[in-house]
Each structure stands twice: as C-alpha cells, then as structure tokens.
Design a protein around this ligand. Structure first.
Ligand SMILES: [Zn+2]
Ligand SMILES: [Zn+2]
Length: 767
C-alpha cells in the first residue's frame, strides 16, 4: 500500500471541499490540481452539476494553507460563492487526480460567459513557429467560447458544440497534460482537428477556405462590401468604418436609419484615435467581457458620418475573437460591427439562418463550422458618475449570476416587452438573461421562448411562480398567463425597476424610488413613466408623479415627437397655441381637434415623453427612427451643462402630488419663440429636472422618514440628468443606489419582478 507524500510526517487528514460559483470553464480544475501538487497533497477534483468537488489529503496545517490559497489564487475568471468543507476518513492513495465529471446531483453551478482572446493565445497565434499560427479558433482555459456553445452542465466537451470535433493527438496531449495551459480547456482545437473558416459569396457559394477565406473577406471590406461574420455568440455585419457610401448602404439594407453603429478596432491604440478614453474605459475594453464602450467621440477621427450621425459619442470595442484579430490586422482600419440581423430582430446564429435572413444585406459570408447554441449580442457599457454601467447586458456578462438574496423558492420572471430580458431566481442567485429585443417581432418572441427553455434546462430549474408585467397586452404577459401551468403574479413596471436595484445592491428597502422611463403600465391603467415611489419587495406606493399630459394618437406620438410637443403645448396654453416653427407644415388642425374632443389622446406621466415634447418644441427632432432618439439629441444639445431651472412646483391631486410641467412648457415656448437656442433650453430643462426631482425626494423623505433613494429607468441613460441628480441628492444627504450590473432600462426589470415574486411566495407560506 502506498500512502500520500506526507505520510509518516505526522497526522494525516482528509477533507472534502465543495465549491459553488463560476468555477467551470475558467480553468478551475487545473488550478486545483496544480495547487494540490504544489502543496504535496493527494486526492482528486471533479466537476459536478453543483460546481467543483475536491478531496484532499495531507497534514492538517497544509490542508489549511491549501484552503486559503483556493480563494486567494483562484483563476481570474472564477467566482467562488460558496465553499464548504467536511472531514473524511483518510484513504490510501499516491497522487492527485482530475476525475471525470459527476453527472448526478442538482444543477446549480455557473457557466462562465464567453471570454475574449487572452494575451498568451494572441501571442501564440501571431508566432510563425507556433503550431496554431494564424489559427482563428485558438483558445485556452482562460479564453474562448463558453456559454454560447453549451447545451448542458457540467461544462464538458460532450455538452458543447465541440463534441463534433475529435481532438488530434497534439491537442489531446495538451488537453490531458495538467502542466499545460490548455489542460481540460473544452474548446481546445487546432487547424488539424478543429473548426474551419470559409468564405461564401452572397448567394451562398463557397469561394475560399482557411487563410484565403479571411483574406477574401478583407478584400470585400476594402471594396466597400458588407461582410457577415460568424462571431462568438452570433453573426455580425461588418463594413469599412471610414467608407460613407458603404456604411450608408448597410443602413439601408438593415433598415436602420440613424441609430449609431459600434466600431471594432484591433487594439487600444486604435481605440484611442476614435474617442477620449479614461483609464477605466480602457480596462473595460481589454476585459474578458470585451463590451462596446460608449465614450466621447474624438473630432476628426476619420469615421464616416453615417456611423453615428449627430452623436457626440462613439461605441468602441476591441477585437475579441481570434477571427476578429486576424481580420482586423489584415484590414488595417476600423470596422463598423453590428449585430447580424434585420433591424430589431434577434441576432442570427446558425449558418443556414444567416444565409437566409441576411441575404439581401451581406455581400459575403465569413462562416465556420463551430455551432453557436446561445444567442448573444455585444454588450454595451458606459461610465457614469465614476462607475461602469451595463446598458445592454449580453455576450461576455451573461450568464454570470448576481448574488441577490438569501435562499428561497425558485421564480421565473419574464420581463417587459421592449428590450426584454428574462430572469431566473434560483437560491441566492439571479440569472438575468441576455438582451432579447422587442418581443413584438415574431423572431424575438421565438428567441424569448427559446431563452426561457434553455435557462430552465441548463439550470435544471423548477420555478414555483412566473412573474410578469402588469401590462395585459405585453406578449411576455400573455406567455406567462397562457402557456404556463404555474401560478402567475403581475408586478407594476416601475415597482419592478425599484426592486431590481435594491436586489443588485442586496438591500432590502424600503426606499424612495425615482423611476423615469418611457412607458410603463400603471395601477390606474394609464401610462406612467415619471414616478416617485416608496417600495420594497413586498409593496409599493405611488407618492408622486409627473403631471399627466396628453399624447395625441397614443403610440403614434412615440414615433412623432411633434405630436407630443403639440399635446403638451395645448395643455400648457389651454388651447391658445403659440406659433412655433416646429408646427409649420404639420396637420395641426386635426390633432388639435383630437385633443379638444379627447379622442385617442391618452394622458401619460412619462419622462421620456417630456424629453420628446421639448426636443420637438426646440426644433431639434420632430420625428424619430429609433427609441430615445429625440431625448439623446436634446441631451447632446446641452453640451454637458446644467442651466438655471425654469419655474417648477408641486400640486396635490387626490392622494398623490404631481410635478407640474405646464409652467415649464410655457416658459420654453416663450424662449423658443424669442429665438433662444436649443442648447440653452436643454441646459435649463436638465437644470429644472434636477431641482424638481431633488425637491420631490425631499418631499418623499419628509413623508416617509426614508433616506435611501433608488434612481432607475431608461431615462437615466442620460448622463447629464443622472450625474446632476446624483450630485444634488448627495449634497442633500441622501444615500443613493443606482444600477451598475443591471441596465437602467427595461432589460433589468425581470430581476426586480423575480424578487417581488419570491417575497409573495414567502408571505403566502407564512400566512
Ligand atoms: Zn487563451
Ligand atoms: Zn488539434
């Protein structure tokens, strides 16, 4: 019988250590293996559906040191949430081994998000002496595809898209060598055994493979053509970012008129030429999540105007897959890189889907044969008030869970309608799914259903409740009510926003919520969106709101801010309309008649609509082609400055107070009539909102005794308003919480819904 290396040196103990968290697909088992060997311990490590299980044997003081190092030296992408250890009887053994994954047990482990190409792999890929020289699918335990190629957990090769590729002898040696940095890297591959790239012309005929395919793709891009590229978690459409005609053609073919495009470059040096990057922006760009980072645009950066018309910001990302790196190195400039889809539809992931749906958009297809199973758009991050804020949460972040609450029943929340994302609350963790888009498009609705099925499957979840928005017509609401045998719960939209931020910060509330967005269905069945609430996970009360004003034509007003502007003017001037330029050549008469007869003119307390109305009044934007376009134009006009507030006041209406808007609208109309520039109007509008909302928070504090304020809702993507209000509230001694990991907009509400749902279940049990 052979004993462990420390046998005879004193007492031998054996411990079982169970670790939960993001510990699969991040090089955790090789790390444990090497750590155990370094400490001279014997035993084993294995993946389980719940995470990683370790058995270690050796001297007690060495075991203690090992346990400490497990946390301190864990691989950069690992996140340990739970670590429990228990004693075992010592066993005869000679070494430390990695065992096959155990497939039995509750599935609670976390799959890592997809990870951008690491430095070592980049270096190898560019080294002519390396056997993976210029191989576009190089990866290791620290980088490469993860969530997008997984069909089940534990995360092992047979449960990924790599199951179709049989490792060659060289790859297998690396995969099995604990000293190798590709030890148990599931997507390991090389040009002999792994995925291959090919170039197809627009009609789908293959015209090149391997290196020639990449060069052929670069030729297309240089010629101003649109290239569809199979990326990490979905297809992308690329075009030369300095080619005005090419970018314009992409806009036309994709039916995306003006919404800014993001740009991809090879490295930080190139990114610095496009925009003004702070140190934190650079850290985000090179992080394994590799998001699009919104930064102030550098004048004269050489980008075509059509990339981001009229915008002072540019969305930049770095090449994050080996294929991107090869393409950009050969191309030598910046590429517009946008989701491979038509307008607001979900991103394509399979080759046949791309060839069908992107036909008519792409002039060529750079494909490969590694399947993508889970769709993910590029994530978008912006720094506001000194912190990185995830505005669109998808590739690189999903499915990293957020630790939000103590244990409790599992809940599925299905979010809103625009910018839908779903959330699964499982134990202490909330898995906020990726951005799914506007469910009103059928492909997005299919994506929504596919996403729910996938999330429930890979986490083996059995939710006890499905939570949906209060809006009866949302497709997510209908899905919850019609297709489920589970009990359902409706949650008011802005209450969900408030609860989501509490959850992200592991706070319990109650808190004052200042929730500003475009549209959310209220308890009184009207459209809300400028709300002062008091709430926690259990309940919510509306303390105040923006004054509700008419939207002539309802939804039609959302696409046509001039209608909202006219509605607000009509209310502010009691029908005695001033003559303003933006109403010239508009069918004012019929709309005024609608307003006077109150036909299809729902009233809304939406802050998004206030921005629309003022942008129209100033003559900045009468019609829009994408969500929040008028609000963005108005914000940009202010040039980052707050102005002297207009008159503002509160008035009581029934049990709540209203933030009066008509006095401000009257002043703005007078100023615009007198020729005051939009810049000044915008500065004063922002100044007014900051003063008025800080005043509303004071009023809520007096009424409730609470000092905690939550700021959320899509309107706060406006950094001037957000930073201004945050500063004003801090000056008044408020404690303020706002989203960081969650989007400000509706992409975050499912998390709030899920926590409210769990509270509801717990309260039912308690009764
Ligand atoms: Zn790597
Ligand atoms: Zn190989």
């Amino acid at each position: 019988m052979r004993l462990g290396p420390k046998a005879g040196a004193g007492a031998i103990a054996r411990q079982k250590i169970a670790i939960g968290g993001v510990v699969q697909g991040v090089g955790f088992r090789p790390f444990v293996y090497n750590l155990a060997r370094r400490h001279g311990l014997t035993g084993m490590v294995a993946n389980t559906p719940a995470g990683v299980e370790i058995e270690v044997q050796g001297a007690p003081e060495v075991l203690a040191a090992f346990a400490l190092a497990l946390r301190d030296e864990a691989p950069p992408q690992a996140e340990i949430f739970t670590l429990t250890s228990s004693p075992l009887a010592s066993a005869p053994e000679a070494d430390f081994q990695i065992h096959h994954s155990q497939l039995i047990g509750p599935a609670t482990t976390m799959i890592a998000p997809d990870l951008s190409l690491c430095r070592e792999c980049l270096r190898e890929m560019l080294d002519p002496a390396d056997r993976r020289y210029l191989y576009p699918f190089i990866n290791c335990t620290n980088c490469g595809p993860r969530y997008s190629i997984v069909t089940a957990i534990p995360y092992d090769r047979p449960a990924t898209a790599m199951r179709h590729f049989v490792m060659c002898a060289d790859c297998r040696r690396e995969y099995e060598d604990p000293g190798d940095r590709r030890f148990h890297a599931q997507p390991v591959a090389c040009s002999v055994c792994g995925p291959k790239v090919s170039l197809l012309e627009a009609l789908g005929k293959e015209i090149a493979v391997a290196q020639a395919a990449i060069s052929g793709g670069v030729e297309l891009l240089r010629g101003g053509k649109i290239l569809a590229i199979k990326g990490l978690a979905g297809f992308q459409l690329a075009v030369a970012a300095d080619n005005e005609a090419a970018v314009t053609r992409l806009r036309q073919r994709k039916s995306r008129e003006e919404k800014p495009f993001a740009v991809m470059v090879a490295d930080l040096a190139a990114a610095r030429e496009l925009g003004f990057l702070a140190e934190e922006d650079e850290a985000l760009l090179v992080s394994p999540s590799a998001p699009i980072v919104l930064v102030p645009s550098r004048p004269g950066n050489g980008l075509a105007r059509a990339v981001a018309p009229d915008s002072g910001q540019v969305g930049v990302m770095l090449a994050y897959t080996p294929l991107h790196h090869l393409l950009l190195r050969e191309f030598g400039g910046a590429l517009v890189m946008t989701s491979g889809n038509l307008s607001e539809e979900p991103i394509c992931i399979t080759n046949p889907e791309a060839l069908a749906r992107l036909a008519g958009i792409a002039d060529g297809f750079l494909l490969h044969d590694r399947d993508i199973y889970v769709r993910g758009d590029d994530s978008v991050v912006m720094r506001m008030a000194g912190r990185a804020r995830i505005l669109r949460r998808s590739r690189g972040y999903v499915p990293r869970p957020m630790l939000v609450a103590p244990d409790g029943p599992s809940v599925l929340a299905v979010g809103g309608e625009l910018k839908n994302a779903i959330c699964l609350l499982q134990g202490e963790r909330a898995f906020l799914g990726q951005h799914l888009g506007d469910l009103k498009s059928l492909p997005a609705y299919d994506f929504f259903r596919e996403n729910i099925a996938h999330l429930l499957k890979i986490f083996a979840a059995e939710p006890q409740l499905v939570v949906h928005d209060l809006h009866p017509a949302y497709l997510s609401t209908r899905w919850a009510r019609e297709s489920q045998e589970l009990p359902t719960l409706a949650v008011q939209h802005h209450h969900a926003h408030l609860a989501a931020v509490l959850a992200e910060h592991r706070a319990v509330g109650p808190a004052i919520g200042i929730i500003l967005d475009g549209t959310g269905y209220g308890w009184d069945q009207t459209i809300w969106g400028g709300e002062i609430l008091i709430g926690d996970y259990r309940q919510c009360r509306r303390l105040g709101s923006f004054e509700p004003l008419p939207l002539p034509g309802g939804d039609a007003a959302i696409k046509a801010p001039w209608r909202t502007g006219l509605g607000y003017l009509h209310a502010a001037f009691a029908g005695q309309l001033p003559e303003l330029a933006f109403l010239r050549d508009r069918p004012v008469g019929p709309v005024v008649e609608m307003l006077e007869r109150q036909l299809n003119c729902p009233k809304s307390s939406s802050c998004g609509r206030l921005f629309d109305a003022v942008a129209a009044l100033c003559g900045l934007r009468s019609e829009i082609t994408y969500e929040a376009q008028a609000a963005i134009a108005l914000m940009e006009a202010a040039g980052g400055r707050l102005g002297e507030p207009y008159n503002w006041e509160f008035y009581a209406e029934g049990p709540i107070f209203r933030l009066a808007l008509r006095p401000m609208i009257r002043q703005i109309a007078e100023e615009v009539g007198a020729g005051v520039a939009p810049a000044q109007v915008s500065q004063r509008l922002h100044g007014t909102l900051v003063a008025m909302l800080a005043g509303a928070a004071e009023r809520a504090r007096v009424a409730s005794g609470l000092n905690l304020v939550i700021l959320s809702g899509g309107v706060f993507n406006n950094y001037l308003l957000f930073e201004g209000l945050l500063a004003a509230l801090s000056r008044r001694g408020f404690e303020v919480l706002s989203p960081e990991q969650l989007p400000f907009g509706d992409g975050g509400i499912a998390m709030g819904q899920s926590l409210i749902g769990r509270q509801y279940l717990l309260d039912q049990v308690a009764v």
